[in-house]
Design a protein around this ligand. Structure first.
Ligand code: C2E
Ligand code: MG
Ligand code: MG
Length: 680
């Protein structure tokens, strides 16, 4: 029990205890030794003094005893009164009887007598009786013992001195003990303080997990080394902890961010959306979700490679971030889809944000010395108007984005409930499109194109028709779907084959050739097998290459100008002509026109429609026609519906025209009949 108590005491107490105990033991031993020694010395001194005195008196009393001079002997003994320690003295004759005596005042006669019966005149050994010490010295004359001198001294003074000495030693001992306790408590601190620091630091570290703490120690002894070792261990743990922390942060970042663009991923987006909605609900504010999909991104990936695709995504990501406020979230939702979360935004400001975002994405991007233009389709849903939970808002923004895509891309759409049913209809259509080719559901109508001066048919445009369950579906509706899912490539190949065969049938000997214009979509245009398909169609049909014209649009060329130019060069090298369709609706820089090997420029219907009422449209049209003529490119006006429009273009020296006024798109047989009619 006690042992356990002692073992459990703090180190300082133990050290104190040990040091004080050792000091006490040493002091005690020294004191005892010193006391014993002192005791011996004092007693010896007193005894010697007494023996000397006794010898003197025995010598001087020899004569008195020899001559039986009792008075002389008594007088001699009386002089002992000068010695206060001498209590009694006596000269004894040879028979041991008292011859003369001295008794100090107050000392009874019996004191002397108590020494007489045992008095041995020969033996002079000292004996202590109580505090009394007596000594017997023989009195000799001529070597004969004639009596004994007995002296009794009181040694109580010696004892008192010894007692005082013991007291003094006790005080000295206690003082020394106190000093040793004080010194030991001060000295042990030098040993225990670093250990105390060590244990305190250890406790703090284990409680707070703060591995940056260090133990203070200025010594290099074992304790100092222990502290150094502990500090080194802490440093290693701190490094490990820092590494672990940064790995944890890295892992967290990876789990919540997109590896390519560094933008927040879906997980973080949903988290922020959730928090944003809670905030908006509490503060009564609005919140908007913008779903952005890059138009024809797949084309870029397919034609320019995934590396460029990745660079493009990164560039778009940083542009989107720059276009919005810092506290808005730009996340990569997947592939070429981005979502912007606009926190506490006023609905009036949305239009402005959309414009900023669209402009940012559409600015030409320079990627490995190639200029790329990409457009965004944007869908928008907001709280509280459209939904109150993250999933709902994202879904509706996505639906609105799909709608934007279907409305010709490069636009933004706000969500409205009817959109959902339209999206379903689109999915339905897409399903049916997969089997349309195999089920022979496609037909081609041909719309004649006229020379305006002679009003003679010089060519015709192949326009795809699709009938599902007896209902005509417009190519404006299904071509974008086919482009998205890639079906346009086999469908386009089929159109090319059919159109070339048909055009071959329309060629008449000794008549000017009838050209056939075939629309080519972006996906088809950048696919590696377009040239092969064209060659095959021409070869299979036997149509001269100069009778085939491929219609491409500006927007699709601008996706990758350099590549587009190389494809166009290869096509025109085959002798096939190239027409630019829907001119005026895209963003083509006019400076590029002269680099394109174009044979024809088709002015878009939207300009033709308003050319007689809208001065701006008329001015643009005039400029375009004169510029094309200057570049030696033929011009065709699309969608001529009135004589006025026809006259306008004719007057501008625009060579060709196409439109309901002249002829609608018609089945091949009808056009055959028409051509036959004309040639007859
Ligand atoms: P596009 O190449 O610009 O074709 C001209 C469109 O204008 C045709 O519409 C035609 O019917 C219409 N049009 C012609 N004259 C007039 C007019 O006077 N008034 C009005 N309102 N419209 C007129 P359609 O056939 O609906 O084709 C629409 C678009 O679908 C085409 O525009 C073309 O971009 C695309 N398309 C059609 N067939 C194919 C095809 O085989 N392959 C590809 N890739 N696209 C095709
Ligand atoms: Mg066309
Ligand atoms: Mg057109």
């Amino acid at each position: 029990m006690l042992k356990r108590f002692i073992l459990n005491l703090p180190l300082g107490y133990k050290l104190n205890g040990i040091m004080v105990s050792i000091a006490a033991l040493t002091l005690m031993l020294v004191s005892v030794a010193y006391f014993v020694h002192q005791h011996q010395v004092v007693r010896q001194q007193a005894t010697i003094e007494l023996a000397t005195l006794s010898q003197i008196y025995s010598d001087t009393s020899t004569a008195a005893l020899a001559f039986d001079d009792k008075d002389g002997a008594n007088d001699l003994l009386a002089s002992l009164a000068a010695k206060p320690t001498i209590r009694a003295a006596s000269v004894l004759n040879r028979h041991g009887d008292i011859f003369a005596r001295y008794l100090a005042s107050g000392v009874p006669q019996s004191l002397l007598s108590s020494f007489l019966p045992n008095a041995d005149p020969v033996e002079s050994a000292a004996q202590i009786k109580r505090d009394l010490f007596h000594l017997k010295t023989p009195i000799t004359l001529d070597h004969e013992t004639i009596g004994t001198f007995l002296i009794v001294a009181d040694f109580s003074d010696v004892r008192a001195t010894q007692r005082r000495f013991i007291l003094f030693l006790g005080v000295l001992f206690s003082l020394a003990l106190m000093i040793s306790t004080f010194l030991s408590s001060r000295l042990q601190r030098h040993i225990t303080l670093p250990i105390h620091n060590l244990t305190t630091t250890m406790g703090t570290v284990s409680e707070s997990n703060d591995f940056s703490l260090r133990v203070q120690s200025s010594t290099t002894d074992e304790v100092g080394q222990l502290c150094l070792g502990f500090n080194a261990m802490l440093e290693r743990i701190e490094q490990q902890a820092t590494l672990l922390q940064s790995q944890k942060e890295n892992l967290h970042f990876l789990a919540t961010h997109d590896a390519l663009t560094g933008l927040p991923n879906r997980t973080l987006l949903y988290d922020r959306l959730h928090k944003g909605l809670t905030r908006a609900r509490r503060n009564n504010t609005e919140l908007a979700v913008m779903f952005i999909d890059l138009d024809r991104f797949k084309n870029i990936n397919d034609t320019m490679g995934h590396d460029i695709g990745d660079l493009l995504l990164k560039a778009v990501a940083s542009r989107l971030k720059e276009a919005v406020r810092e506290d808005d979230t730009v996340a990569r939702f997947g592939g070429d889809e981005f979502v912007i979360l606009l926190d506490s935004v006023k609905m009036e400001a949305i239009e402005y944000v959309i414009t900023k975002v669209t402009r940012a994405v559409k600015m030409p991007i320079e990627l490995q010395q190639r200029q790329v233009v990409i457009t965004p389709s944007i869908g928008l849903a907001s709280f509280p108007q459209h939904g109150a939970i993250p999933d709902e808002l994202i879904k509706y923004a996505d639906v609105a984005m799909y709608h934007a895509k279907n409305s010709g891309r490069d636009t933004a759409q706000r969500y409205f409930p009817e959109m959902t049913s339209k999206i379903h209809a689109r999915f339905n259509l897409e399903n049916k499109l997969h089997t349309a080719l195999a089920r022979n559901e496609f037909t081609i109508h041909y719309q004649p194109q006229f020379e305006l001066r002679t009003r003679k048919i010089c060519s015709c445009e192949a326009l795809l028709r699709w009938q599902v369950d007896g209902k005509d579906i417009s190519p404006v509706e299904f071509i974008p779907i086919a482009e998205d899912n890639g079906l346009i490539v086999p469908i386009g190949r089929w159109v090319l084959q059919q159109a070339c065969h048909q055009a071959m049938l329309w060629q008449r000997p000794n008549q000017p050739p009838i050209k056939i214009a075939v629309n080519v979509s972006a996906r088809q245009f950048f696919a590696s097998d377009l040239i092969i398909d064209v060659e095959k169609a021409l070869k299979d049909s036997g149509l001269p290459p100069s009778c085939l014209e491929l219609e491409i649009t500006e927007t699709m060329i601008m996706t990758d100008i350099e590549k587009a130019i190389s494809v166009m060069d290869r096509i025109s090298a085959m002798g096939v002509e190239i027409a630019m369709d829907d001119f005026g609706t895209g963003y083509s820089s006019l400076s590029y026109l002269k680099r394109f090997p174009l044979s024809k420029l088709k002015i878009d219907r939207s300009f033709v429609r308003d050319v007689l009422h809208d001065e701006d449209d008329a001015a643009i049209t005039r400029a375009v026609v004169s510029m094309a003529l200057a570049l030696n490119i033929d011009v065709l006006a699309e969608g001529i519906e009135t004589e006025g429009q026809l006259e306008f273009f004719h007057a501008l020296n625009c060579r060709y025209g196409q439109g309901y006024l002249l002829a609608r798109p018609i089945p091949a047989e009808q056009l055959t009949a028409l051509l036959n009619q004309i040639s007859n």
